[in-house]
Write a protein that binds this ligand. Sequence first.
Ligand code: GLV
Length: 309
Amino acid sequence: MIRIGFYGHDDDMAAWRRTLATRLPAFEISRLLEPAGQECDVALVWAPPPGALSDCPNLRGIIMQGQGVDHMMHDTTVPRDLPLVRLVDPDMASALSQWALLCALDFWRDGDHYRTAQAEKRWDPRPQRPAAGGRVGILGVGAIGSVIASRFAALGFAVRGYARSPKSIDGIEMFVGADQLNAFAEDLQIVVSVLPLTPDTTGIIDAGFLNRVTPGAFVINGGRGPQIIDDDLLAALDSGHVGGAALDVFATEPLPQTHRYWTHPNVRVWPHVAAQTNAETAADQVAAAIDSIMAGRRPKNQVDWARGY
Ligand code: GLV
């Protein structure tokens, strides 16, 4: 009997029980923080509280219900000698790219202007901006960012990608490492971040970065909140140098009531919904990871603690 300890959104436990049922031999799934959960062989978690995994004597591996593992990196009680697996779900890459395109195209095609005009019953056409040649930069071109980059390129945008190590993606101009960050940012009209949160990416979108983008540019963050220096972005939005932002992730979530992002006219706040974990599409890889962990094999998508994702 495989014992799975679950931590995450309450409704999701039933979904995982159902989708794993056809993929695993006998198993039971219990809440991680209850006594049965603490007996687990495998933990299936999203943002467990610090210390949640330190008292599980049978634990053989940890599987995340999402792509980001930054919560785990910050919890020094998470056992680092056990495999930690992150989801790499094409359905989530697709969902995040739909969201990024939705935000970018709404900006590009003046959605705000036309909504305001409609509210005032004004027929007020603006010249249409062609996608061709529009400069879009994707910060982070891994499993998710490469899909986003290719979809922007398919619409005709001139797409740049920024990564920490060299890679090539058809039709995308690549910039590698901190030395090339300034050149990446130069004159961008749309910036999309889907970076993992690491010490290198914390605060990567700061005043220096924002000063380089084209006046009126649009910033989209689907990575992690701390990648943006909020005061720098707000200053750039106030001055009009940055024309708008769509943010799905924040340094503190839920976004505090008093935060200026809520009320800034040029900021679109999304409550961390751009790509939600799908227990249907991710079940095969979670089952495969459980299988590998139970058999003592290295699971796919095992996190590299030193790299931070
Ligand atoms: C969502 O933010 C995830 O990391 O999967």
